[in-house]
Design a protein around this ligand. Structure first.
Ligand SMILES: N#Cc1c(N)n[nH]c1N1CCCC1
Length: 330
């Protein structure tokens, strides 16, 4: 089988939401597909109403194919400080025409304020490795792992776009979605992430052969890269400063900013300057927040949406569990 679903950006491309059908009859929720985590969790009939602000809610009692997974709970917290927790059901989940009849659907009994205040986000669909699923006492399996054996190829691909709907495909590689060749690099999934080694970067006509480890993370908005890269990049922008009050590198919104190119495998991916002038950082609209920020004290870089939307990316579970990432221009 193969499936295809739209990835619709929220304001400033802070995240992308994809419609998912859960249960019978289908209840459609718009979920944040996150290759940086491994829980499929949803706003639900069990989420306290004071924590719900317009989100769609999955109600397992209205689905003839739902079943409670007794004795199981989950609790997740993300790098940005957000969190959620609850209990577990199984039900049919359909993404873009690919479905699995008994997918673990983690229903939220508690969500933190940043989830409550994002009315468009009805939950997450984790696409990292199942080993970091948070359900206790029995870890649950991700949607991708569950459908993998039925897919034409054990892959899913991301084709995110700047301020426009993109596409997540499952089970096939759309040859019309990229240009040139796909360059594959090995993935170290020991920490449960799609972790790979980048081999260099360039700013303007200066190319630097820096090798650094990063994860491909559709659930993170920005490109969180080594301090060396941030220093080199922002030194090229008049008036750029690291603002502790605004939480990162900012620069005058009318500044001329350079493109940024990262090298992975045999491919060089260029993030256009327009993607890096991320969003206004202050009320006066004078300071703008950079789409590249430091990865300090995370231990690896995070290639979030700012980096991924410049590329066509193949998340390939590979054969005999030797996963790899394919990168191509588009
Ligand atoms: N922080 C963070 C983060 C990440 N690295 N991947 N996904 C994340 N989130 C998903 C929903 C909120 C944050």
């Amino acid at each position: 089988t193969r499936g295809s679903a739209e990835a619709v950006p929220e304001k400033d491309d802070i995240q992308y939401l994809t419609p998912v059908k859960i249960g019978t009859p289908p209840q459609t929720l718009n979920l944040d597909f996150d290759s940086g985590s491994s829980d499929l969790w949803v706003f639900s009939s069990e989420t306290p109403s004071r924590q719900v602000n317009g989100q769609a809610q999955y109600d397992p009692t209205k689905s003839s194919t739902s079943s409670k997974v007794d004795g199981q709970t989950w609790s997740i917290s993300y790098g940005d400080g957000s969190a959620s927790s609850g209990v577990v059901f199984k039900d049919n989940v359909d993404v873009g025409g690919v479905s699995f009849p008994a997918q673990a659907v983690e229903v939220a009994q508690k969500v933190s304020s940043s989830f409550s205040s994002d009315e468009n986000n009805d939950g997450l669909l984790g696409l990292a490795f199942s080993k970091i699923n948070t359900v206790k006492p029995n870890k649950q399996i991700t949607f991708f792992d569950n459908i993998m054996s039925n897919l034409e190829k054990p892959v899913w691909t991301s084709d995110l776009k700047n301020d426009a709907p993109g596409t997540y495909n499952f089970g096939y590689i759309d040859e019309d979605a990229y240009t040139g060749e796909i360059s594959y690099v090995p993935v170290d999934n020991s920490q449960g992430f799609w972790s790979f080694e980048a081999s260099g970067y360039s700013i303007g006509n200066k190319s630097v052969p820096l090798k650094f480890q990063g994860i491909a993370d559709t659930g993170t908005s920005l490109a969180m890269l080594p301090q060396e890269i941030n220093t080199a990049y922002y030194s090229q922008i008049q008036g750029a400063t690291m603002s502790y009050s605004l939480g990162g590198y900012v620069f005058p919104c009318d500044a001329k900013i350079p493109d940024f190119t990262y090298k992975v495998g045999d491919v060089s991916i260029t993030i256009p300057a327009s993607f890096i002038n991320y969003a206004e950082a202050d009320e006066e609209g004078k300071k703008c927040f950079g789409g590249i920020q430091p990865d300090t004290d995370i231990g690896f870089s995070i290639f979030g949406d700012v980096a991924l939307k410049a590329a066509f990316v193949v998340f390939d579970a590979g054969t005999e569990s030797s996963p790899r990432l394919g990168w191509a221009n588009k």
